[in-house]
Write a protein that binds this ligand. Structure first.
Ligand code: UFG
Length: 326
């Protein structure tokens, strides 16, 4: 299949592109390179620098490429930024998404896998969180992603678009060649590894008075290769699972301090850290039920023990200590 990967130069989009190419698909990676890196795009993918905000540019992409399906990763994804700048999130995650859907409809492209998030649930009432859990996001990031989930259902009703929503918990880890390299890094594991490398003198652990065993937030870390696998399975089975939402997580949660300890063990280095105030918008615990993904798509996590995640991220960091060359 020819697959348009939006955000194809980003962390998850580039690694999904790598996996799609390995499985014999053709990848057209689209990215505006604001956050993504040209060097992250696999060499055998077609790369198009374009912005989803620009409808005319998008038209050109669909007019010149034969596209069978879209995997939509492009968007804004930082919880803390969303609390400061909600409009950026609604424009990118809702407005640009609608541009994409409209151009897909005009060109008869009717398959989409959407990258959504655990942040659409808000504070969980039940852990592990099942897909039919109440969705009550507590930050604009989660709200913008939830809006787009709802919009997809409308497009299905009105245009026949087939779509699957994949809600990631905390994406982490690396493939051999590609890893997590944000221009401003705010995510826990990369910051822990930057501290282990000495790029940061020390890091903060945000919040130590959460209702969790050690007082720090608990997250469900999922290897990016297992996320990629869920996308490939969802696309292959889209006729049977159209309109479904799937969590991608492991059902195991680790606290921020447990992550620091695991990283110290794996890297053999000290991770200097201090406990500080809560970061606005952070739920205390996010842990996925993955029963539905296993049952309906036969997915199994293969790379997502905390050890494997941190080890792969560390190996990538040692290979590319300053990230991608651009
Ligand atoms: N944290 C720290 N110190 C840091 C960085 C993070 O203590 O320097 C803490 C956060 O406060 C939070 C935890 O580590 O408690 C995880 O934070 P991340 O920033 O790594 O990830 P988030 O949980 O905020 O969000 C990520 C993605 C979202 C996704 C969400 C779903 O950024 O896109 O996971 O769980 F929706």
């Amino acid at each position: 299949m020819n697959i348009l990967v939006t955000g194809g130069a980003g962390y998850i989009g580039s690694i999904c592109s790598e996996v799609l190419l390995e499985r014999g698909h053709r990848v057209i990676a689209l990215d505006n390179l604001q956050e993504g890196h040209r060097a992250a795009v696999p060499p055998s993918a077609v790369f198009l620098e374009a912005d989803l905000a620009d409808r005319r540019e998008l038209e050109k992409v669909f007019a010149t490429q034969k596209i069978h399906a879209v995997m939509h990763f492009a968007g804004e994804a930082l919880v803390a930024k969303s609390v400061r700048e909600p409009s950026t999130f609604y424009a990118a995650n809702v407005g640009c998404g609608v541009n994409l859907l409209d151009v897909m409809v005009r060109h008869g492209v009717d398959k989409l896998i959407f990258s959504s998030t655990a942040a659409t649930y808000g504070e969980p009432e039940v852990v592990p969180i099942p897909e039919d859990h109440r969705q009550a996001p507590i930050n604009p990031y989660g709200k913008s992603k939830l809006r787009f989930e709802q919009i997809l259902a409308d497009y299905h009703a009105y245009t026949g678009l087939k779509y699957v929503t994949v809600r990631y918990f905390n994406a982490a880890g690396a493939s051999k060649e590609r890893g997590e390299n944000h221009r401003v890094e705010t995510h826990l594991i990369p910051r822990v590894l930057d501290t282990a490398l000495g790029h940061l003198p020390e890091m903060e652990i945000f919040g130590f008075d959460y209702p969790t065993p050690d007082g720090t937030c608990v997250r469900d870390f999922i290897h990016v290769l297992d996320i990629a696998d869920s996308h490939v399975l969802a696309l292959e089975e889209i006729d049977h699972v159209q309109g479904e939402a799937f969590n991608v997580g492991t059902t195991s949660g680790y606290s921020n301090l447990q992550v620091v300890e695991a990283a110290e063990r794996i890297t053999g280095r000290k991770v200097e850290h201090r406990l500080s105030a809560r970061r606005p918008g952070d739920p205390a615990v996010l842990v996925a039920s993955n029963e539905k993904l296993k049952r309906m798509l036969g997915w199994e996590p293969k790379h997502s023990s905390l050890e494997d995640i941190i080890q792969s991220a560390w190996d990538w960091r040692l290979k590319f200590p300053r990230g991608y060359p651009d």
